[in-house]
Design a protein around this ligand. Structure first.
Ligand code: ADP
Length: 443
């Protein structure tokens, strides 16, 4: 027992003993010891009962206790209760302040924040920015199903993916189609999800400016390059033999620049499209064309194998798919030393199909693989230059595949070779139509 409580206890005992002693003395004086003692004991019991009742009443009424004055166990008990209540109130006040501060911070965020109840997908809370960005209204939309409120966005399909939901990168805001938003779903507890929407209109405009700039510059460079290239072709090194090495290098570089401009234009064109025409892509002639291109590039330096026994064709854009596959084939030839082998295979892949381009070439170190499809990303600049690449080939492949909802998988081992696989889903394949017109790529 703490010393203070011990003292109170002893003091109460002392007071009790003094009272009983006084009762005995008074009893002796009037010659009635037992009755006086009994009355005093009864009085003591009633008093204690009265204090106990007071404590119980105060506790059950949940009233705010006032700081007790005086000594004794009842006052000590009151003091302890008062202290407990005071501490509890302090803690509650701090918690409420903290909660207010968090709410104020979330409310002041420039991003729209919506707390969604996971099972019912109903709105529990949202901040001010959710009104300007998503058009949610307080108090109308508290408790409303989020899918109904944001029906212009693909909410139900997106929410159904739960934890695996990829951010919606660029969607029109339900308030104004001019405003572009990026939305993320953060499942922060078992019951609650946080939906965060950010205004990315400025970023999208900048991205558009960048795209337009690249497309315009590439377009403007095309004509002067064609002229330079044309004149260079006309110059005959035999007339001035000492200029021959310079002329050859100039022709090589102008060829490279032309290719770069063409690749940049292809990328700009692909970026500007949301979807491509869905035509039947005849894979048998496509494979023949790819083989012919590989052989032309290889000049008998490699063994080239082509396999195609799927009896399937694809849905998509023949022109763009040819450009993607042909980039992979060209890479396989350019990054495989003479004597190596190259395989171009079209196979079934579950319900879909896969086109694989494999080589026994230099391979790519694993550290480079995650970034290999970025524009101008190169593993070894010198080797790429030698190979005549532009650094844009795999970006084009990735864009074309994205537009076909297909996936690029890269397996590579340094010194052993690489395999680039383009996986197409079931919705992109159909049984081969033997009467299809012959594919004429590159024309
Ligand atoms: P590039 O025009 O430089 O070939 P790509 O985008 O096609 O540009 O390829 C990017 C880089 O990936 C290349 O510079 C090369 O280092 C590497 N790469 C691509 N394909 C292969 C391959 N089949 N084998 C080894 N490295 C490759």
């Amino acid at each position: 027992m703490p010393p203070r409580a011990q003292n109170a206890w002893l003091r109460t005992l002392g007071a009790l003993a003094a009272l009983l002693a006084a009762a005995v003395v008074v009893g002796l004086l009037i010659g009635q010891v037992w009755p006086v003692l009994a009355i005093t004991a009864l009085g003591i019991v009633i008093w204690h009962y009265w204090r106990l009742r007071g404590v119980l009443t105060r506790l059950t009424a949940r009233q705010r206790l006032s700081p007790p004055q005086g000594e004794g166990i009842w006052n000590e008990l009151d003091r302890l209760l008062y202290r407990g209540q005071d501490e509890m109130r302090g803690r509650k006040r701090r918690l409420v302040d903290m909660l207010r501060a968090y709410r104020a911070a979330a409310a002041a965020l420039p991003d729209a924040v919506v707390v969604v109840e996971r099972n019912s997908q109903r709105v529990q809370w949202f901040n001010e920015a959710a009104t300007t960005l998503l058009g949610l209204e307080y108090p109308r939309d508290i408790g409303a199903p989020i899918g109904d409120r944001l029906h212009s966005l693909p909410m139900s399909r997106w929410l159904a993916q739960g934890r695996n939901a990829e951010p919606l990168m660029d969607a029109p805001s339900p308030v104004s189609a001019e405003t572009r938003i990026n939305m993320r779903l953060i499942p922060y507890s078992e019951e609650l999800w946080l939906l965060v929407a950010r205004d990315v209109s400025k970023l999208m405009r900048l991205e558009q400016v960048r795209r337009d700039f690249v497309a315009n510059v590439s377009h403007e460079l095309r004509t002067p390059l064609t002229v330079i290239h044309g004149y260079l072709e006309m110059l005959d090194p035999a007339e001035k033999p000492e200029w021959a090495p310079m002329l050859t290098e100039m022709q090589r570089q102008s060829q490279r620049m032309t290719q770069l401009v063409e690749d940049l234009l292809t990328l700009s064109r692909l970026e500007a499209q949301d979807r491509l025409p869905d035509e039947s892509v005849a894979m048998s002639p496509m494979m023949t064309t790819l083989k012919r291109e590989a052989e032309a590039l290889s000049q008998h330096r490699h063994q080239i194998a082509v396999e195609d026994d799927t009896q399937l064709d694809l849905w998509g854009s023949t022109k763009e798919l040819h450009s993607a596959f042909s980039n992979l084939v060209s890479n396989a030839v350019r990054y495989t030393p003479a004597g190596g082998s190259i395989g171009i295979r079209f196979e079934r892949d579950g319900d879909g199909a896969v086109l694989r381009v494999s080589d026994s070439g230099y391979g790519i170190p694993a550290a480079h693989l995650p970034r290999i499809t970025e524009r101008f990303y190169r593993v070894s600049t010198s080797r790429t230059r030698e190979s005549g690449g532009t650094g844009l080939g795999l970006s084009i492949v990735k864009h074309v595949l994205n537009l076909h909802q297909a996936r690029l998988e890269i397996q590579s081992e340094v010194g052993r070779g690489s395999t680039f696989s383009c996986h197409f889903g079931a919705e992109r394949v159909h049984p081969r139509d033997h009467a299809a017109p012959l594919f004429a790529a590159g024309k």
